[in-house]
Ligand binder design. Structure first.
Ligand code: KG4
Ligand code: ZN
Length: 337
């Protein structure tokens, strides 16, 4: 059974991991650039690339140490070839191909979203295709029919802001750090759904989603509430209630659309992945649904990481190649792989 080194550098996380077909995940290392970009309220692509260059080799060494393996014991190197930031992707792709060339091992280019989509396979309880995948990250909110591994049909997509983006943008309005999803979820823990926010497209017959209207509604709500205060500032309790109301609105749409996809296809297995799949309110709502089985990645592997790329590499071993020609695809549709 093959041992795969996986490299993820599509955005602001340098992730390296080693997955063994017979023994599962052997090592997982990650460097998050959040502190670096927080100052700017979003990812600065050039800074991301420069940081990946600094961190990637030490992380590979640390990973081999963790797994107690020599680099020659790796059978193939998988790396994220897209979608993502061009410069950031190029760092992972060059290191993967350079190292593989030096070791005379093959490389496997991986689609970042396929990595997320397959990440629940890192759990003991693994989903069997066919299943419906709800992929919710900072850049995507998609419902995908997975007929088998590698065969993906897009059922619904985001028409504007992605779910994670909606969390991040509204969190920013509440003065929370970037990326705000997890901070907003934490704030919502002590809040009540006091404000009824719009659930865009929740009743539309298709499986598409839209969250930009929610952003505008939250901005209006915040401005109105501030006006009513003598010091023109939101009280902590108000912030908690706004956070809860946002979380409820976003998760309601995600749950409703997932159930609609299940109803339309008759497939009762749902896989939820991407950064937003770590949201506990979303997980609770989905877990309460009857007659469906829901699968998630391990909580610490919902956001970007190397493990999902190493695992995806293992499922795509037949695509391993020795030519070391590489290109990255910042906009790579999942359905074209
Ligand atoms: O999958 P991911 O790491 O990166 C992309 O490929 O985009 O997802 C990051 C997104 C961010 O928008 C982040 O705010 C969101 O996932 N996120 C959350 C939570 N944890 C991360 N959103 C809601 N609740 C959370 N607990
Ligand atoms: Zn991602």
């Amino acid at each position: 059974m093959a041992i795969i080194l996986g490299i993820e550098t599509s955005c602001d996380e340098t992730g390296v991991a080693i997955y063994s077909g017979s023994r599962g995940l052997l090592a997982n290392t990650l460097h998050s650039q959040i502190d670096l970009h927080q100052l700017y309220g979003g990812v600065v692509p050039e800074l991301a690339s420069r940081d990946h260059i600094k961190k990637i080799i030490p992380l590979i060494k640390e990973c081999l140490n963790q797994a107690q393996l020599d680099k020659h014991q790796i059978d193939a190197i998988a790396y994220t070839a897209g979608p993502g930031l061009n410069g950031a992707l190029l760092i992972g792709a060059s290191v993967a191909n350079g190292m593989a060339f030096g070791l005379n091992k093959p490389t496997i280019p991986i689609h970042h979203l396929e990595g997320h989509l397959l990440s629940p396979l890192l759990n003991v309880d693994k989903p069997e295709p066919p299943f419906i995948a709800l992929l919710v990250s900072g850049g995507h909110s998609q419902l995908i029919l997975v007929s088998q591994i590698g065969e993906y049909t897009m059922l619904g997509d985001t028409l504007d802001d992605a779910a994670g983006e909606a969390f991040d943008k509204t969190a920013k309005m509440l003065g929370l750090p970037y990326p705000g999803g997890k901070y907003l979820a934490k704030l919502a823990l002590n809040g009540l759904e006091k404000y009824k926010l719009p659930r865009p497209m929740i009743h539309s017959n298709d499986l598409n989603m839209s969250f930009s209207g929610l952003k505008t509604a939250v901005l209006t709500l915040i401005n109105n509430l501030k006006q009513q205060e003598t010091d023109k500032q939101l009280k902590q309790e108000m912030k908690q209630n706004i956070a809860k109301s946002i979380e409820e609105a976003i998760t309601d749409v995600l749950v409703k659309k997932s159930l609609k996809a299940i109803e339309q296809t008759g497939i009762k297995r749902l896989v939820v992945s991407g950064g937003v799949s770590s949201n506990l309110s979303l997980r609770n709502k989905l877990n309460q649904q009857k007659n469906i089985t829901v699968f998630y990645p391990p909580l610490d592997l919902c956001t970007d990481n190397g493990s999902m790329i190493a695992l995806a590499g293992h499922t795509r071993l037949t695509y391993a190649k020795y030519d070391y020609n590489f290109t990255v695809m910042p906009r790579w549709p999942l359905t074209s792989i």
